[in-house]
Write a protein that binds this ligand. Structure first.
Ligand code: PLP
Length: 408
């Protein structure tokens, strides 16, 4: 007997079942979006309708992708289809994509493997990296490597300082493509050009978690064109949490961090998270549509227009349209975040991953003054937001200023 989905649904034909799921998926996203105004999309993005549908489908294809029988081959086909969708958005070959359990895991696999493979003991990175890069490099320092972290005031990468640091002892360079705190974009093509000019044999890794699907496709593709490895995360584009991917340039073989079965060509063993991968693939297909980026661009322009007169905007020269860092000097970030939350609007005081740390390393490196850093808010946009939501944020900030006392 072929296993299928619950009784009533199983009796319906596949087209009817799919149509029902599609209607439910769209309704679920709509209901979610109307619970509150969600403007913290750099922390995570709502699960898209396409991703929800893909999960339903993957739950029906319940086989183990490594099993040779019919159930296994159905699951394998779904997994490989998802890999193709991720590769299409990244603009690389399908077999250059390895599924991982998160963007964090993808960064860790790449950094430890490339440091070990490199010819020296020096690693060059930036002060503003996400903790999933910053902390592995601190661990590598304990293991005998030397990490040099270049400062990026205003979100600008210092190519001269980089060229000076790049020497024969440099095993690895790791620079994020877009900052999760400020939205600043780092030019991976130019970084590779400096490495080529200096005849560097170091490997280049980029954390592309916040740029994947957010930058214009040709610019985003610098990650796979010029870096040796690049990391991506599903939940930043409408997939589910706990799914990531690592791009590894063809011909480059990396040692795994974990050992087990041969899944993901033994670089990331463990039975694959099929619903997660399928949702990731579907979200890649959706975010690739030009409307998705056009929506973001329009929302970002509208948001900066609305907030410009009432807040200090920190807009890097090159930025993604999904992250806007602002300051409300005189107000504490936490107070504002809580006030807005009580009034139905979610924004962030700083990235969710570093919110427990006292001082925000990335904001300090960006060059924010004490008052600007104390009152910093990160607004994260996604293609699911609307202009009226950004209007509501601006109005709420104005009201907040009349109700909350400036701290002394
Ligand atoms: N890198 C950046 C720039 C991020 O913003 C994040 C998540 O916030 C990660 C890596 C980690 O991704 P994940 O949450 O999938 O572990």
């Amino acid at each position: 007997m072929r296993y299928n989905c619950p009784e009533g649904m199983a009796r319906a034909g596949p087209t009817v079942r799919y149509a029902r799921h599609a209607v439910f998926a769209v309704c679920e996203v709509w209901i979610f979006m109307n619970r509150f105004i969600y403007l913290d999309n750099a922390a995570t993005v709502p699960v898209s309708a396409g991703a929800r549908l893909a999960i339903e489908h993957a739950l029906e294809e319940f086989g183990n992708p490594s099993s040779p029988h019919t159930a296994g081959s159905g699951a394998r086909a779904l997994l490989e289809n998802a890999r193709e969708q991720v590769a299409a958005l990244a603009r690389c070959a399908k077999d250059e994509i390895y599924f991982t359990a998160s963007g964090t895991e993808a960064n860790n696999i790449a950094l430890f493997a490339l440091a070990a493979k490199g010819r020296g003991k020096k690693i060059i990175s930036t002060e503003s990296e996400h903790p999933s890069v910053y902390n592995p490099l601190s661990e590598l320092e304990k293991r005998g490597y030397r990490a040099v972290r270049i400062s990026c005031p205003g979100g600008a990468f210092d190519y001269d300082a980089f060229a000076r640091e790049l020497d024969d002892d440099t095993a690895l360079v790791s620079v994020m493509q877009a900052s999760n705190e400020t939205g600043a974009v780092y030019d991976i093509k130019k970084i590779r050009a400096v490495m080529t000019a200096r005849r560097s044999r170091a490997f280049l890794h980029t954390d592309a978690v916040q740029s994947f699907g957010k930058l214009p496709p040709d610019k985003a593709a610098d990650a796979v064109r010029y870096a040796d490895t690049a990391s991506f995360s599903a939940h930043k584009i409408g997939g589910i949490k706990g799914t990531g991917a690592l791009y590894v340039r063809k011909g480059l073989s990396l040692s795994p961090l974990m050992f087990g079965g041969g899944q993901e060509r033994a670089l990331r063993p463990g039975t694959e998270n099929l619903p997660g991968a399928a949702a990731f693939g579907a979200a890649c297909g959706e975010i690739a549509l030009p409307e998705s980026r056009e929506t973001l661009k329009r929302l970002y322009a509208h948001l900066t227009d609305r907030l410009g007169p009432i807040a200090v905007l920190h807009v890097p020269a090159e930025h993604v349209d999904s992250i806007l860092l602002i300051s409300l000097p005189g107000y504490r970030s936490e107070t504002v975040v809580n006030w807005l939350s009580e009034h139905g609007i979610c924004v962030s005081a700083s990235s969710a991953c570093s919110s427990k740390q006292k001082k925000n390393r990335a904001l300090a490196d960006f060059g924010l003054s004490g008052a600007d850093a104390d009152g910093a808010l990160r607004i994260g946009l996604s293609r699911f937001n609307t202009e009226s939501e950004t209007d509501a944020l601006a109005e709420a900030i104005e009201t907040m200023k009349t109700e909350v006392r400036v701290h002394g």
